[in-house]
Design a protein around this ligand. Structure first.
Ligand SMILES: Nc1ncnc2c1ncn2[C@@H]1O[C@H](COP(=O)(O)OP(=O)(O)O)[C@@H](O)[C@H]1O
Ligand SMILES: [Mg+2]
Length: 380
């Protein structure tokens, strides 16, 4: 067990690191952040921050040696340096988990090899025959770059011959994954924490609504049968066990009309669809992450309200005149609602599509919470 008072290191300095730091600091830990950019949401609220590239071995080594354990808030960290510094620190999760999750092809191959339900896919190496890979999956499908995709970046839906030709030209020079298009009933996600002793606990299942590929609303509990929720949680817990997770893992899922649950992707860190837990769960995902990494008993994951909805606040919510930002959202309108909880990440510059903050509302039912959330989002 890593006792309170010790230092926990986080690789990555975004909002997930910021909220991790809040939770860790509340439990008496010191948080050190390693983040290449000098203006980061997490550094602002942490005891110490190092700004250097992830590939700077000397800086990275000095950093990890100063921490009782190291974790991540961002999965696209080069694993080479972590592998080289494997014996310099305790890492939760281990770099091998990052390596699987940061590349779609490795992730999907791992799911297939371990017999977890996933979306049928084909791979296409750089210079490979993408058209043939697309035909092997069939239309409609979606082509995604194997590395470094997020919020729908690096993805193209292919529904006809014209979009097939476009995909072939735009993915030239990229390793790609072709996935069958899933006409899902809804998207779900489960966040699971697991300790080094092998104790795993998953949060209630979130139902997620994306708009233009970016998470817009997370609805708790998901409006699906309890049997589906149980299956989704069991699936996430068995993935965490099989992958040897210590820390936190988010599993994004598609629920099909036939009641199948397919894994879409995984992230070994706190997840946007778990932010509701800060305001409507006994233990937040961030505190659970701290507990898992420090080897403390995991916290209770019961909800403290019958239902909750989390809404992302993007830079789009600012007032724009062309591409010039001319005003901020109407925070007072949101904060006047007693059931709303506002979280802002301290990012100086709003940009369309950039995650600036979120808010969570609680209500008696998921539908009532969603209605309130939509109304408050419009009022912003
Ligand atoms: N095979 C698919 N079928 C249907 N929708 C998909 C598929 N793959 C992705 N999507 C949609 O695009 C969103 C973003 O894709 P995802 O693979 O999760 O990438 P990202 O890394 O950008 O989150 C998903 O949440 C889902 O709404
Ligand atoms: Mg996703």
């Amino acid at each position: 067990m890593i006792s309170p008072g010790k230092t926990l290191g986080v690789l990555g300095g975004g909002q997930l690191g910021r909220m991790f730091a809040h939770a860790a600091e509340r439990l008496g830990y010191r948080v050190h952040i390693y983040e290449p950019s000098t203006d980061s949401p997490a550094a602002e609220v942490s005891a110490h921050a190092v700004h250097a590239p992830y590939t700077d071995l000397a800086e990275l080594e000095a950093f990890v040696r100063g921490c009782a354990a190291v974790t991540y808030e961002f999965e696209n960290i080069p694993t080479g340096p972590l592998w080289q510094l494997e014996n310099a620190a305790v890492y939760h999760p281990k770099w091998q988990v990052l390596e699987i999750a940061q590349n779609r092809l490795r992730e999907k191959t791992w799911l297939r090899k371990n017999d977890f339900p996933h979306v049928p896919f084909a791979e296409c190496e750089v210079g490979g025959d993408l058209a043939a890979a697309i035909r092997s999956i069939g239309l409609p499908c979606v082509v995604k770059t194997a590395d470094f995709g997020y919020d729908g970046k690096g993805q193209l839906k292919v529904a006809d011959e014209a979009s097939l030709a476009k995909a072939v030209s735009s993915f030239q020079g990229h390793r790609a994954v072709v996935e069958r298009w899933v006409d899902f009933k809804c998207e779900l996600s489960v966040i699971v924490a697991r300790t080094a002793a092998g104790v795993a606990r998953s949060f209630p299942v979130a139902e997620n609504i994306h708009t233009r590929h970016i998470l817009d609303f997370s609805i708790l509990p998901a409006r699906v049968a309890p049997e589906i929720q149980d299956r989704a949680r069991a699936l996430a817990e068995s993935i965490a066990e099989r992958i040897g997770l210590v820390g936190l893992l988010a599993v994004e899922l598609f629920l099909t009309d036939r009641g199948e649950i397919l894994v879409n992707e995984m992230a070994p860190r706190p997840h946007n669809s778990g932010h509701w837990s800060l305001d409507a769960c006994v233990t937040s995902q961030f505190e659970q992450h701290v507990r898992a990494v420090a080897g403390l008993p995991l916290g209770d994951v019961g909800m403290t309200a019958p239902a909750a909805v989390m809404v992302n606040i993007l830079g789009d919510a600012w007032k724009w005149s062309g591409d010039r930002c001319v005003g901020e959202p109407d925070w007072a309108a949101l904060l006047a609602e007693p059931r709303a909880h506002l979280h802002l990440y301290g990012k100086k510059e709003p940009r369309p599509g950039r995650k600036m903050g979120h808010f969570t509302v609680t209500a008696a039912t998921p539908d009532a919470a969603l209605e309130l959330a939509r109304r408050l989002k419009a009022a912003l």
